[in-house]
Design a protein around this ligand. Sequence first.
Ligand code: URA
Length: 473
Amino acid sequence: MIAATLAEPDDFEGWRELARGLVGRGCAPDDVAWSDAGEGTGDLFGVADTEGRPVVSMRPVRASRGFLDLARSVILHRDPQRLALLYRVLWRLQRQPHLLDDAADRDVLALHGLARQVRRDIHKMRAFVRFRSAQDCDGSERMIAWFEPDHRIERANADFFVRRFANERWSILTPRLSLHWDGAGLFESPPANRSDLPSDDLTEELWLAYYRSIFNPARLKVGAMLKEMPRKYWKNLPEASMIAQLVAGAQQREAAMIDTGKTLFDEPVPGSLAEIGKAVSGCTRCAIGCNGTRAVMGEGPPQARLMIVGEQPGDSEEIAGRPFVGPAGQLLDRHLREAGIDRDAAYVTNAVKHFKYEPRGKRRLHQTPTAGEIDICRWWLDGERAIVAPRVILALGASAARGLLGRTPAIGRERGRAIPQPDGTQLWITVHPSYLLRLDGDAQAREERRFAEDLAGLAALLDVAVSGRSGVM
Ligand code: URA
């Protein structure tokens, strides 16, 4: 029997070197006893036969890049059998170079299973490390976090934190080792205890306030949340102490939000359209706000009877800084004219204020905002709605309707009729003009006719709403 011992349990290069030597010498998997440092019977780090003679590689050893990538992850797993499994697969690969393509093979399955668990642990560490602020002995600030990974992923994950927090000084303490970054180099120190973490600080207060504000009761799915954020991580997450309370209050908050048309943020709404315009231009509440495009604020008379809401500015709108000036806007203008609705008398805006796009060469291709992004931007739309206080609101498409209703309606069922709102407005839903632009032939003609009918119905509703007559709709 040959004893093969790794100096460090996550030492991939060490394992690779030993395994290459063993396969080269023709040592069959059953003849090798693998162990991590401190666990094995051998006292040498490396490979020796029972007489202590080093094992020297005699023949070339083959391993695909795919196997080496898998092995790099698997070695980080805590399963003591992983080293023997890796070696067995490497051994078999010499005769079966396509072994990894056999998804039903037990060793291959086991390898993928371990790699998956390691990848998940890496992802969880990236998601759940929470820093507290502390002072170094020289008075400078250092962020310190405590984390308990399932596997030996600390070193493998260090690069991620170095890149993410390159300009900060930070330490991540774990039960196996501690990592420290001083802005220039990465250092290790011995294991730590949770009690080494400094006590709660202002950073944590801010984080809790942020978490409270982004917690969206309308989107709460407890099962999905537990899957993403398993309970075992809760003890080290400051926000976990609030989860039970937030979940318990979620249904009431959702009902209240729908009743009052309120948004996710508990701040006062800016008092004027100009203030909203100023504030929205610096909004970074979601990823679209951070994409470097300019925000496009609504425009039109501040006391308009009709508010028209689209999805988000497109390429032309972002360039012009005005809503609905591109091809969809031109089609909308034509239909409004034909329906006898004066666009200049309406307040025209969008559910999302920044242009979400995907770069394609020199072009910027429209991307649909997610429900979460629309919900976040609802803050601004609600502000405009409260200030303009229109009698009637036209929602163009599902994103606009979600921004106004807080839920995504089935357009086919809800279009073309007045839907009374808790704030006294009448909501009128139809399709987005871009949808008509994407159609052609008969389908386009048919859908344009329906769009024209919807706008004719809206014109009638406006007559009633503005003149105060009632009962027609
Ligand atoms: N589409 C929209 O929804 N809004 C615009 O402003 C332009 C195109």
